[in-house]
Design a protein around this ligand. Structure first.
Ligand SMILES: [Mg+2]
Length: 377
């Protein structure tokens, strides 16, 4: 089998969020890649939480010429070739996003070729994954957070994740004191805990928006509210500071969704910086690399959970490897996916069941893609 064509789309898609009385919107940029083969099989992949237009350019101008004529089943050979083309000195960023989207498309082809879903090709550790709903975005007022939490519970979700930190470091110039941000966070966490009750599992995510001092202070304030894990508490996932924080709080720490290279996970694990790692297939170099990172974590007796959204891709990693775990049913990204994909699965009673459909198991909605393409000057 040979690769015969590569297409890429830079998309900006707005999701409508109607879980509260007042409907909100949230936008995501993503780059979708399609790869055709001479056997009539086409695979698709995506990358996100990066600028879609330059990721598309990296796919089409740097990767595509090298991919033409290659055997799509040789994912290891192709991954290594793309590494040396796009990020030859261990860089992260746009080049690694491009590799992630291409690698996912190759695994979609592989699954379709062998008639197997990707999670089974990765090892098929389980048939269904526990999910958590990421619902508590910064744009909700505190009382809306409580309303949203209760409504997610009515939909059968009892694991709930909310954001904290509210872009604290990014917006220091407003000026805006980090101490005020975390004081408000503590109030918001208490409000959600009171609204959701003690049966709910509550997770928080600072999206790398705090420094060590304020992350630690926030942990101290919210420890009574039984937090399952604190995701990306510290800017840049600073490994030394994460290890410090972990030694000073009873809350489990998690991160990794925006990391590109495997060595970063090695450093986190050796330093004792994390309780859980979160490589994201759509960001951390696709299935080829995330499988290796999961194996690395297994050697440290550490589990893998999904952070960074895109559950329909990441569920294959979480179901495929034995130390996989939670899938993130990220509200706005799910609503984005519903606009460009068909055949998506729905979680039920807190679980997302895997299907027998080959490859990723869902398809691109070609008619919808055009309306979301980012117009370039
Ligand atoms: Mg996150």
């Amino acid at each position: 089998m040979k690769i015969t064509a590569i297409r890429a789309y830079a998309l900006n898609i707005t999701a409508s969020l109607d879980i509260t009385a007042e409907t909100k919107t949230a936008s995501h940029q993503l780059c979708v890649v399609e790869i055709d083969t001479d056997e009539g099989i086409t695979g698709h992949g995506l990358s996100s939480i990066g600028p879609a237009v330059p990721i598309k350019a990296a796919v089409l101008s740097v990767a595509a010429p090298e991919l033409m004529g290659a055997d799509p089943l040789r994912h290891e050979q192709i991954w290594d070739m793309l590494y040396w083309q796009l990020v030859p000195r261990g860089q992260s960023g746009v080049g690694m996003h491009a590799i992630a989207a291409i690698d996912i498309a190759l695994w979609d082809i592989k699954g379709k070729y062998f008639g197997q879903p990707i999670y089974r090709l990765l090892g098929g550790a389980r048939e269904k994954c526990p999910v958590y709903a990421t619902f508590g975005f910064g744009f909700y007022r505190t009382e809306e957070l409580a309303e949203a939490a209760r409504n997610w519970q009515k939909r059968g979700f009892h694991r709930l994740k909310m954001t904290v930190g509210n872009q604290a470091l990014k917006r220091r110039d407003e000026p805006r004191l980090l101490s005020d941000v975390i004081a408000e966070d503590a109030e918001r966490v208490k409000t959600v805990r009171d609204a959701a009750g003690h049966d709910a599992e509550l997770f928080i995510d600072a999206n790398c928006s705090l420094d060590l001092f304020h992350a630690r202070a926030l942990c101290q304030m919210i420890e009574p509210y039984h937090i399952e894990f604190f995701e990306e508490p510290i800017t840049q996932n600073d490994v030394r500071q994460m290890a410090d924080l972990r030694s000073q709080t009873s809350i489990r720490l998690a991160c990794g969704q925006n990391e590109a290279q495997a060595y970063r996970f090695r450093d986190m694990l050796i330093s004792g910086a994390v309780d859980i790692i979160q490589p994201n297939v759509a960001i951390t170099g696709g299935f080829t690399q995330c499988q290796k990172i999961a194996a690395l974590a297994a050697s440290f007796n550490i589990s893998v959970d999904n952070g960074g959204a895109w559950p329909f891709v990441n569920q294959h990693l979480q179901a495929g490897v034995s130390n996989g775990g939670l899938v993130e049913f990220h509200y706005s990204s799910v609503e984005v996916c519903k606009q460009i994909y068909t055949g998506l699965t729905e979680p039920k009673d807190g679980w997302l069941k895997m299907t027998d459909r080959p490859g990723l198991g869902f398809d691109l909605n070609y008619d919808a893609l055009g309306q979301f393409e980012i117009k370039q000057p």
